[in-house]
Write a protein of this length. Structure first.
Length: 83
């Protein structure tokens, strides 16, 4: 059985100060073209996010889905989106 294709999605709500000339406004999931880390199995990653609390969101099957996350110094922050 062939693998099920993954749709690419945009994740909004993460704020990064740099680069100033092209402000960061969203992350994109890997879709069919990306390869998740073999141990994490993630669909997107963003590095160097300032410490703080964020409300992040995306759209799944026409529904907006939001999650509140807290980014801590030196730690991995995990978020799961489900409709």
């Amino acid at each position: 059985m062939p693998p099920v294709p993954r749709c690419q999605a945009r994740i909004y709500g993460i704020i990064k100060r740099d680069p100033v000339e092209t402000p960061f406004s969203y992350a994109e999931t890997y879709g069919d073209k990306g390869h998740p880390h073999p141990l994490y199995g993630e669909h997107f990653a963003v590095s160097d996010v300032p410490v703080g609390t964020y409300t992040v969101g995306t759209e799944i099957e026409g529904k907006k889905v939001f999650r509140k996350i807290t980014v801590e110094e030196g730690k991995l922050t995990w978020v799961v989106f489900k409709p």
